[in-house]
Design a protein around this ligand. Structure first.
Ligand SMILES: Nc1ncnc2c1ncn2[C@@H]1O[C@H](COP(=O)(O)OP(=O)(O)OP(=O)(O)O)[C@@H](O)[C@H]1O
Length: 236
C-alpha cells in the first residue's frame, strides 16, 4: 500500500502541492486526473523521491520513505514511467531495458521473457536504437524498462500522451493484466496512473483522484464517481 499523507511541496516560493493525500492499494489501478500544471507530475516526483517535500509523509509497504533517496525507493520496488518517456536514443532497445537492472541484485539482472510477450514489438526491434522507435514504441519500451526493475508499485505519468489509439489500447490491456496479477514474472502490484485522457482513465481505474491547483479536490472509488463532477475539472 502507498500512503501519501498531507504533503506540501515547493519550487522556491511557488507552492506546487498543498496538503495532498493519496492512497494506492496493490491489485488496483489508481488514476490521478487533472489539467496541465495542477501538480500531477510533482506528486509523482515526491513519491519517487526526485523532489523533496516540505511537510507530510510518504509511506510504502508500512515504512516511512519520506526522506529516502530515489535509488533506495527503486530498490524498495517503486518503478516509474516518466512523462515524455526518457528513452536513451543512442542505446539499443536491449540496452535501454538493461538500464532497469540498476536497483536489482546481480542474480536478478535478467529481462523476463514475459516482457516480450506483453510488447512483441520490442522483440522485433531488439537491436535497434531507441531513437529509431516511434513514439508509441518508445512508450512501450519505457513501460518495459520499468517492469525490468520488478516493481511492486508502478507509476505511469501520462503514458497516452501523443500516442496513436491502437497502442493506447495495447498499453491499457497491459496495465489491466499487471493490476490483476496475471503475468507470472511479476507479483502483485499497485499501479498509479496519471492521465488527462478521461475515457482511458475511467476504463482502467479502480480508484481515482482529481487534482486542481496543487490540491486533491475529489477522490474515491471509480464505481461511485460522478462523471460530470470530474469532467468539470478536466476541460478548460
Ligand atoms: N522544476 C520546477 N521548478 C519550478 N516550478 C515547477 C517545476 N516543475 C513544475 N513546476 C510548477 O509546478 C506546478 C505543477 O507542475 P506539474 O508538472 O507537477 O503539473 P502537472 O499537473 O504534472 O502538469 P502536466 O500535465 O503539464 O505535466 C506548475 O505550476 C509548474 O509550472
Amino acid at each position: 500500500m502507498l500512503m501519501v499523507e498531507n504533503i506540501d511541496l515547493y519550487y522556491g516560493a511557488s507552492h506546487a502541492l498543498r496538503g495532498v493525500s493519496l492512497q494506492a492499494a496493490k491489485g488496483r489501478v489508481t488514476c490521478v486526473l487533472g489539467r496541465n500544471g495542477v501538480g500531477k507530475t510533482s506528486l509523482m516526483r515526491a513519491i519517487m523521491g526526485q523532489q523533496a517535500v516540505r511537510s507530510g509523509v510518504v509511506q510504502w509497504e508500512g515504512a516511512d520513505i519520506t526522506t529516502l533517496p530515489a535509488y533506495e525507493r527503486a530498490r524498495a520496488g517503486i518503478g516509474f514511467v516518466p512523462q515524455g518517456r526518457e528513452i536513451f536514443a543512442r542505446l539499443t532497445v536491449r540496452e535501454n531495458l538493461e538500464t532497469g537492472f540498476a536497483p536489482l541484485k546481480r542474480a536478478e539482472r535478467t529481462i523476463p521473457a514475459e516482457i516480450y510477450e506483453l510488447f512483441p514489438v520490442l522483440a522485433d526491434m531488439h537491436s535497434r536504437r531507441g531513437g529509431d522507435l516511434s513514439g508509441g514504441q518508445q512508450q512501450q519500451l519505457a513501460i518495459a524498462r520499468a517492469l525490468v526493475t520488478r516493481p511492486r508499485l508502478l507509476i505511469l505519468d501520462e503514458p497516452t500522451e501523443g500516442i496513436q489509439p491502437s497502442i493506447i489500447k495495447d498499453i491499457g490491456r497491459v496495465i489491466r493484466l499487471l493490476a490483476e496479477n496475471k503475468i507470472k514474472a511479476f507479483g502483485e502490484m499497485a499501479i498509479v496512473l496519471v492521465e488527462q485522457y478521461f475515457d482511458f482513465a475511467k476504463e482502467l481505474a479502480d480508484d481515482y483522484a482529481v487534482m486542481d491547483r496543487g490540491e486533491v479536490i475529489l477522490a474515491g472509488a471509480t464505481a461511485q464517481m460522478v462523471e460530470a463532477d470530474v469532467r468539470k475539472h478536466l476541460t478548460v
